[in-house]
Design a protein around this ligand. Sequence first.
Ligand code: NDP
Length: 335
Amino acid sequence: MSTPTTTREVHLAQRPTGRPTAETFALVEADLPELAEGQVLVRTTAMSVDPYMRPRMNDVKSYVPPFQLGAPLDGGAVGEVMASRSPDRSVGDVVLHGLGWREHAVVDAVRTTRVDTSLAPAQAYLGALGMPGLTAYVGLTAVAELAEGDRVFVSGAAGAVGSLAVQMARLLGASQVVGSAGSAAKVTRLRELGVDAAFDYHDGPVAEQLAAAAPEGIDLYFDNVGGEHLEAAIASARQGGRIALCGAISQYDAAEARGPRNMFSAIGKGLTLRGFIVGTYAHLQPEFAQRMAGWLADGSIQTDETVVHGLENAPDAFIGMLGGQNTGKMIVALG
Ligand code: NDP
């Protein structure tokens, strides 16, 4: 098969104010560079759209640098090696790489990871077997130190990280698991995934709904949402409660971020609130991969995906994910 010399990629056309729109993005035809020594050409078959990409659209320094205007976006992707100038990668290898938002990518082979498609389809490495799965695992274990018998609350519970966190919490010994999500259909799905109680945060104040779902309080809160959810979790937390600050998606588009107004009660309750970035816990990847492979193989963990087809629809997939159109991991399938 002849290798392409051009590809289609999605650029950042404008920095969004509030929720991104179609004008935030531009679909561009671009030349592919010649392969240098140590590089591979990958035909991307699936790419990820993730919440962390939203703050990267602002011109603000963070733990990851901002996207550049007029340049391609990037992010997790999987695909097949079409050409290789590396002794470590062969044509036909299926790899995970970091140059998503384009149909083909020229990548340094050392920045690719070969994935085992006998375990699960390649795109599972963008979800359960990938970064979201590791995030759920380290957030519960290393960050919030889940203990046998803990009462656990997870927000954003029907999303990529959340849907794995609720199931893992149970497997790791939680005595009660409560989840919140943004629709009745997601609440139904959470019950199917085995949570003890679930609520739609649109149905009333989060603090009231959480107190009703977990009348004896919570020991561990896995925070994907921030804002009102975090405040409610602090209010429901029991003595010595632990909170993993994973994400604050309710705040990413906000002009003015809202924090919890009841922080003072963390003092008397002796709460621990600990933020984390999954990359800091890369050393737990082998332990996680082994446990997750076992859970997937014996059916203890179910994985949900929402799949959008075509690079031209990747911006809609991203905007839709921010707006809650996904159940489980939002994936863009290419080609
Ligand atoms: P999801 O698959 O959960 O998708 C995002 C979801 O957020 C939407 O589906 C939507 O679901 C929900 N949402 C959007 N706006 C709001 C709102 N205002 N209030 C409540 N929920 C809202 O994404 P991920 O699983 O990939 O990420 C979940 C969180 O974890 C994010 O905050 C992300 O930034 C964070 N994260 C952090 C990492 C780290 O290293 N710390 C690594 C990976 C993710 P709904 O219909 O329920 O509203």
